[in-house]
Design a protein around this ligand. Structure first.
Ligand code: SF4
Ligand code: SF4
Length: 182
């Protein structure tokens, strides 16, 4: 040990004493994450409320942590949950396993699965960290109706995937036409 080493050590201590503390006041004060932060997942809906998930299981196969469980089922004309042939009847994500890598959202062919900025995923119950489809589904926005219901954006599923996202929705066009008739 050199003769000046103890003074070097105290130098670090003294310089730290005069720096501004960086204590985070979490959870009272929550900081916004980076815009593209990978947090809790969300299962998205079409503008009429039908689910974008078609139950294909590609997200589950892409997951390196085996955290996703999907069971698909057939839509019927009387009970339709998504525009296509099939929908995700059971959908679960196990947040005890998930490492928030985002490979599942890359694999999803319909952009049904995306990730939010929500990072508060701690719990003291293992069971509560297995999120169900009901927990993951996006809330119903204005103009949406809870499935099951018939196709509202067109006659076929192609009308859902090939439509211009900025084009007015059928019920908006209808209300505009009603307004002109009066
Ligand atoms: S974010 Fe990664 S680990 Fe989590 S469910 Fe998706 S693929 Fe699996
Ligand atoms: S979330 Fe996407 S990849 Fe996963 S089952 Fe649904 S449609 Fe397929």
């Amino acid at each position: 040990m050199g003769v000046f080493d103890p003074y070097k050590g105290f130098g670090v201590t003294f310089s730290t004493m005069f720096k501004k503390p960086t204590t985070e006041q979490y959870p009272e004060e929550k900081k916004a994450t980076a815009p593209r932060f990978h947090g809790r997942h969300q299962l998205n809906r079409h503008p009429d409320g039908l689910e974008k998930c078609v139950g294909c299981e590609l997200c589950a196969w892409a997951c390196p942590a085996d955290a996703i469980y999907v069971e698909g089922a057939d839509n019927t004309e009387t009970e339709r949950f998504s525009p296509g042939e099939r929908y995700g009847r059971v959908y679960q994500i196990n947040y005890l396993r998930c490492i928030l890598c985002g490979l599942c959202i890359e694999a999803c062919p319909t952009r049904a699965l995306t990730m939010s900025n929500d990072y508060e995923l701690a719990d003291d119950s293992r069971q509560d960290l297995i999120f169900t489809k009901e927990q993951l589904l996006a809330p119903l926005a204005e103009g949406m109706e809870a499935p099951p219901h018939p196709l509202r954006l067109g006659e076929t599923e192609t009308d859902y995937y090939l439509r211009d996202p900025d084009a007015p929705l059928p019920w908006q066009v209808a209300s505009q036409t009603d307004g002109q008739d009066r």
